[in-house]
Design a protein around this ligand. Sequence first.
Ligand SMILES: [Zn+2]
Length: 464
Amino acid sequence: MQHTTVKNGNAIQPACATRPRALSCGTLITLLFALLQAGGAGAAPTALVADRVIDGRSDRLSQATVVVVDGGRIIAVGGRSDIPPGAEVVELGDATLMPGMINVHEHPLMFASDYQNAHLANSSAYKALMALAGLQKLLLAGWTGVRVMGDADIYYANQDLRRVIDSGVFVGPRMTGAGHYMSITGGGGDINYLSPEQAVHADGLVVDGPEAIRKAVRTEIKYGADWIKLLVTGAFESVGDDPRNVAFSPEELRAAVDEANRHGVPVAAHAHAAAGIRQAVLEGVRSIEHGTYVDDDTLHEMARRGTFMVPTVYLGDYYAEGDLLRAQAKNDDYIKHGRAAFLATILRAHKYGVKLAIGLDLGAGIADPALYANEFAVFVEAGIPPMAAIQAGTRVAAELLRWDDRLGTLERGKLADVIAVPGNPLADISALQRVSLVMIGGKLIKRPGASATPAGILTAPVNP
Ligand SMILES: [Zn+2]
């Protein structure tokens, strides 16, 4: 494979660097945090100073070298003359400040590659704790926002995770998303390798028929989901279904989107098959997840309507070397026969004006946290300019999540989710794997050279 990804480079957890495929790195709760800085009542402003600033909006490096934060928000993006008296100044030197990265396709409760089986042996509570550890690692790797695209859990542990993070019991990325991914019987969210005698809960929410789907949508929303996730076509990672087939009937798809829209909840459609993608776009979903076999007519339609596309390419790359998936043959076949064409499709989508966003789809605790930045490298490999790739994981991602009024860019008035990477990521996109500073909601939770302490329970609300 010719792609420019680096499989090492996590400065926080050196053990991970040599074990990129480990489910967890040593003791899961031994996360190393820098001490919380600032954020309390009366705390001094913080000025972050670096050689470069990417603001998430401009197509060029900003003229600014200083980002000033006070009360959880950015109060200035400018030069040294903007540093207020008494501010704590963090000098980063040859580094680039940029908005926190947003991963718009994730499954925090999935902690094992054999995800269709792992949920059967582990309680919702266990998965939630594993997910919390995984999410904290992602935050330390620079991911300040995550959209959940459903989880292998019959309950709503991902909503509970969001609650404990929003309320400040634990530090973690900002979260939004779906409780479950909905699948037809025999679809990508069903377990299709057991005998008919077995009655087990599938990893997805299996639902058939328009009325059942309406009820499922209502139930998701009742328990806190602010996205609905549909497996409109088959999937690559599941056993016994085909990504080239459309799963939901037109009536089922229409019922789901109609019901969600009546509640003001957007729909994300997992879709590989061209016909399924087109059907979902025409019904008015907000995002197409994956989009592997999308045709040009539909790409133009997506550009016209503003439908987002979340390609999640690195997922297939991560599983290309090895034998970790039950559906390994499907992934291997895609890598051999589909990947190159998909990269060309993504570049065409970019050129046609489709809004592309960065999503990983890896599970929060499965891979070395540094590897999640490889989705940016894949965008660059496809031919997308590095700045546009970075915007796909910052400003555009925030727009997809309807967070763009407060997040996704470094601009005066925005919530202060800021990261720094060494050097210039426009020259070397792999710099995004080496995030040296993380600030969320104005709180510095990682800084270069700071003495790290074991995490324990940190109390720091990030959502004002
Ligand atoms: Zn997914």
